[in-house]
Design a protein around this ligand. Structure first.
Ligand code: ZN
Length: 100
């Protein structure tokens, strides 16, 4: 699953120590420079899912919103395009990972 957030954002999880009841923060994940974080870890997915936008692996990055007017939205950052070529170029340039 791929989560979408602020580029380079650290997500912390709070842990309470079993005996001392002291709270500590642990880094759960860090978004990359494109604001993406990909994981297969069920525990992390469960924690992140309610708080962040997410897309399943394999989903197309571009969504055609209105076929008549050819409005295409980037599923990752929400940019809109009226030309599929521009959209693909944007995707390759801005979100190059090749796996989404
Ligand atoms: Zn984009």
């Amino acid at each position: 699953m791929v989560f979408l957030g602020e580029p380079n954002l650290y997500v912390n999880e709070q842990k309470v120590m079993p005996f001392t009841r002291k709270k500590s923060l642990k880094v759960l994940c860090v978004f990359d420079g494109n604001g993406r974080y990909e994981t297969q870890d069920e525990r992390i997915i469960a924690k992140m899912k309610p708080n962040f936008k997410h897309v399943d692996n394999g989903i197309l990055p571009l969504k055609v919103v209105d076929r008549g007017n050819q409005i295409i939205t980037c599923n990752i950052c929400g940019h809109t395009f009226n030309n599929k070529g521009f959209a693909m170029a944007h995707f390759r340039k801005e979100h190059k990972r090749g796996d989404l």
